[in-house]
Design a protein. Structure first.
Length: 161
């Protein structure tokens, strides 16, 4: 049974239909994330090293964080609308995090996201990652905004579990 670490976004709560779906299919750990805490990075390291996930799934700030952790630990990542740019909050992550590249990542972007502009994300990916790692998969979901409907979430992750 796969172990999935699920990281919600900045203004979201843990739990809900997505976590319920994951819990029915795999062993899931979905901690309550407070991205403002000063010890967020050591906390995340303890979570990953303690749980040892096979895959990390995150949305928005959770997607950015999933990507960063996946890069550090060589863990597969699925990131929905990751906050690679335009963050309203800079979590207390060490500077070296910005130079990490996750080689096992699927980036899923909603073309109607008004919070994290998908066009800007594509440009960011091209400038920072894809020129060196063209195997990063990027998917555009027509009609999806920043919040991920449960049916789209399930559709995009069900084959990974």
């Amino acid at each position: 049974m796969k172990k999935v670490l699920y990281l919600h976004g900045l203004e979201s709560k843990n739990g809900g239909a997505k976590v319920d779906y994951l819990a029915a299919k795999c062993l899931v750990h979905a901690p309550e994330m407070d991205y403002t805490r000063g010890d967020i990075f050591p906390y995340l390291i303890k979570v990953v090293e303690g749980f040892k996930p096979d895959i990390i799934i995150g949305s928005s700030m959770g997607g950015f964080t999933a990507y960063m952790l996946g890069a550090l630990y060589n863990i597969e990542v699925i990131a929905f609308n990751p906050a690679f740019h335009s963050r309203t909050l800079e979590p207390n992550y060490p500077e070296f995090i910005n130079n990490q590249v996750c080689r096992k990542a699927r980036i899923i972007l909603g073309d109607e996201d008004t919070v994290i502009d998908p066009k800007k994300t594509l440009e960011w990916l091209k400038d920072h990652i894809m020129m060196h790692h063209p195997d990063i998969k990027v998917e555009n979901v027509h009609g999806m905004g920043h919040r991920i409907p449960t049916d789209i979430f399930i559709n995009k992750i069900q084959h990974e579990l």
